[in-house]
Write a protein that binds this ligand. Structure first.
Ligand SMILES: [Zn+2]
Length: 156
């Protein structure tokens, strides 16, 4: 299992085969990317991305060419731990169609305040730079996918 994070220019994914870190830049998102070491296909992040700064979060929302599902969570929250593996399933199944990101509201409390997060887990869907849907509470991967597609369809 690799890891994924953000920097100023895109998503950093660790190769699931060899752990080499590679950047998928927003400008070239969706283009074929292969690990330079082992040639594994890395074109789409297939796991939740940990957000480590508000600035990188804002760049992601503004520049990501795919819809973004944001999980607002905290380490002490039991239901958040239950939903974590479900979000991993969603990230794997929707790779190339969605980005799944996790915002720790203890570490990034400014984001929690800006979006008025009152209970966790809260999941929000962003498309085209703005929020198009929100729901609270843990739920299985199938329900998360239905919530996301419903949010996106209501925008269409
Ligand atoms: Zn590799």
């Amino acid at each position: 299992m690799g890891t994924a994070s953000l920097d100023q220019q895109g998503v950093i994914v660790a190769c699931p085969q060899c752990s080499q870190k590679n950047r998928l830049t927003y400008a070239r998102f969706g283009h074929a990317v292969r690990c330079p070491v082992c040639k594994t296909n890395l074109s789409a992040p297939a796991l939740p991305i940990e957000v480590d700064s508000t600035a990188n979060f804002d760049r992601l929302i503004a520049q990501a060419p795919l819809p973004v599902v944001v999980d607002f969570w905290a380490p002490w929250c039991g239901p958040c731990r239950m939903v974590a593996p479900e979000l991993q399933k969603v990230a794997a199944r929707q790779a190339g169609r969605l980005l799944v990101v996790k915002v720790n509201t203890d570490e990034l409390s400014d984001l929690g305040q800006r979006f008025g997060i009152r209970s966790i887990p809260t999941m929000a869907v962003f498309a085209g730079g703005r929020e198009v849907g929100r729901t609270s509470g843990a739920r299985p991967a199938n329900d998360i996918e239905a919530f996301v597609s419903g949010s996106l369809n209501s925008e269409a």
